[in-house]
Design a protein around this ligand. Structure first.
Ligand SMILES: Cc1ncc(COP(=O)(O)O)c(C=O)c1O
Length: 431
């Protein structure tokens, strides 16, 4: 059966609300390569949205999963507890930049972020939550409200749950300085959410879906001070930025501050669904027994995979590798930006291998060109490279290659990217 035939079946059987970035259907995947059902090979610069940092089907992870499957696959931690859950919690408590931590597991990133809010509310006894414009925290009712972008995440789904307030995220080249963002937070405290009623400020150290904008260091430090002053929990959503993606195990380690709670997911499981909240022990213990959990939360198979993921990150020095992959990507992008036959590239940014660039209307400008994204992604796919877009202005392409990608494949992928950015410029000129 062809990709086109499967696509027709998919359109008839699956609602359009779950959109797919590519038109091919996967047959198999290995490390940084995906093969479709027609036998085409692709280099994967998406990693299943920042999940396979350790590559597809890493042998160590597959072995750990197989071993766990020989023992048991599910008992529900709430019914009969098991060792790998506790092993993983202990391991993350020791690794996270939080003194005296405890960890609880869930299944999806949204669940982790939402449970961080539940824990913060239980600890503070306060209702309000502050998040940022451009933030993405998930698609459940609460995390959708926390997300700072209307289309497509909130369109047709209102009303939103109460108690969620948005503050502008500082992005200098889009006209919001740190000073203005802090001023807006102050206005928010006076107009809508008195600080003594705020349970949590939730921020991504590097905005993911929002466009890979890094939270400025001084801004993060200011938030820490404000949270300390008012007894607010500072929540660092590391669902997309965690597990070596930015060159550190946790992106918040770049900041030298201690967050109160860290929701994690995605790359923790290396392709097996697991998420969690790591946090200060006295905060984590605020909810009463039975208040937290989930039938599949902390699946033993996914816990075994996650333990192997942490081994692989350490043994293969993936934090260092992340810096190298990121350096190669940004250097190449800077070169492509200088070419006068490519689509105009604006801001190029990256922390480790969490790299993105903006497509803009004119060389040297910042005016977003979202219409240029589709041709680039389609041309790249036709040449065997999987790319993902993102961005508050929908004009950003993010590069999320597995950190285990061999150099030759990384360069091959960047060659295709260069072709896509120049070929698409021709397509645009011709149309
Ligand atoms: C920062 C962040 N938080 C939360 C989520 C939600 O995770 P999930 O899609 O697993 O529910 C995402 C997903 O992209 C994310 O990037």
């Amino acid at each position: 059966m062809s990709n086109a035939e499967f696509h027709a079946r998919r359109m008839a059987a699956v609602p359009r609300g779950v959109a797919t970035a590519t038109t091919m259907f996967v047959d198999k995947a290995e490390n940084a390569e995906i093969h479709d059902i027609e036998g085409n090979r692709y280099i994967d610069f998406a990693s299943g949205i920042a999940v396979t940092n350790t590559g597809h089907r890493h042998p160590k992870i597959m072995e750990a999963v197989a071993k766990q499957c020989e023992r048991f696959t599910h008992t529900a931690f709430q019914v009969a507890a098991y060792d790998v859950y506790v092993d993983l919690a202990e391991r993350l408590n020791a690794l996270a930049p939080i003194d005296d931590a405890k960890t609880i597991f869930f299944t999806t990133g949204a669940e982790a972020t939402e449970n961080a809010v539940k824990i913060a509310r239980a600890h503070t006894g306060r209702p309000s939550v502050i998040t940022f414009t451009g933030a993405f925290h998930g698609r459940t009712m609460l995390t959708m409200a926390m997300t700072g972008k209307v289309a497509p995440y909130k369109t047709k789904f209102g009303p939103m749950p109460g108690g969620i307030f948005h503050c502008p995220f500082p992005i200098a080249h889009h006209g919001v300085s740190e000073e203005q963002a802090l001023k807006a937070l102050d206005f928010l405290f006076k107009s809508d959410a008195s600080p003594d009623q705020v349970a949590a400020i939730v921020i991504e150290p590097v905005q993911g879906e929002g466009g890979f904008y890094q939270t400025p260091k001084s801004f993060m430090h200011a938030l820490r001070r404000i949270c300390d002053e008012h007894g607010i929990c500072l929540v660092a959503d590391e669902v997309q930025s965690g597990f070596a993606r930015t060159g550190k195990l946790f992106a918040i380690e770049h900041y030298g501050i201690e967050p109160d709670l860290i929701p994690v997911a995605k790359a923790l499981g290396g392709g097996f669904p697991i998420s969690g909240v790591i946090g200060k022990a006295h905060i984590m213990d605020a909810p009463d027994p039975g208040g937290l959990g989930g039938t599949y939360a902390g699946s033993p198979v996914a816990c075994a995979a996650a333990l192997a993921v942490l081994d692989v990150i350490e043994e293969e020095k993936l934090c260092e590798r992340s810096m190298e992959v990121g350096r190669r990507m940004t250097e190449r992008l800077e070169k492509i930006k200088q070419r006068n036959d490519s689509i105009p590239i604006g801001d190029i940014r990256g922390l480790g291998a969490m790299v993105a660039f903006e497509l803009v209307k004119e060389r040297g400008g910042h005016d977003p060109a979202p219409e240029a994204i589709k041709p680039v992604i389609e041309t790249a796919l036709a040449h065997g490279l999987i790319l993902l877009s993102c961005g508050f202005y929908a004009n950003t392409i993010r590069l999320l290659a597995p950190l285990t990608i061999p150099d030759a494949q990384l360069e091959e992928g960047l060659d295709v990217l260069e072709t896509a950015l120049t070929d698409s410029a021709e397509i645009r000129l011709a149309s």
